[in-house]
Design a protein around this ligand. Structure first.
Ligand code: HEM
Length: 131
């Protein structure tokens, strides 16, 4: 039986595994590696903080993901296919490594944040940059 996500070490394993798969993905990998040329040493710790804040309610992540993704969306359009790919990789990574209540919750949170982000990026208001 797999274990549940219980601490930052688990989040680190999840995030590292997720972005390894993301980088290899044909549809969204290039957005990270070529379009945005992500500095992984900077991005990964930020994502550990983000998910620790979301899952364990610790206010350690400081940032504005919506603004970041508005910027990305100007350079590489983020539509259904990109969000479906992102969500599939995220869910598969969680399921490969973990099971339990927190594993379920993190997938639900990812789903709702992704759907809200997708909606905001593609709603008419976003054309005039009102977040
Ligand atoms: C198609 C889907 C997505 C793509 C292609 C994408 C791409 C990216 C890229 C390239 C960055 C790094 C930007 C940089 O370093 O300049 C980034 C940052 C980030 N992403 Fe995403 N993302 C997607 C969906 C999501 C979703 C669904 C979430 C949350 C559930 C998320 C959370 C974040 C966060 C928290 C950051 C860091 C923002 C900051 O504080 O700078 N992303 N994303």
């Amino acid at each position: 039986m797999k274990k549940d996500i219980i601490d930052r070490n688990d989040i680190v394993l999840l995030v590292d595994s997720f972005y390894q798969k993301v980088q290899q993905n044909e549809r969204i990998g290039p957005i990270f590696t070529q379009v945005m040329q992500v500095d992984w040493a900077h991005h990964l710790p930020k994502m550990y903080d983000f998910w620790e804040s979301i899952l364990f309610g610790k206010a350690i992540y400081k940032g504005n993901p919506m603004l970041t993704h508005f910027d990305i969306n100007k350079k590489a359009s983020l539509k259904n296919e990109e969000f479906d790919t992102w969500k599939n990789i995220f869910f598969n990574t969680v399921d490969e490594l973990f099971e339990g209540e927190n594993a379920t919750v993190i997938k639900q949170k990812a789903q709702s944040i992704a759907d809200l982000m997708h909606f905001k990026l593609n709603s008419p208001k976003s054309k005039i940059n009102i977040v």
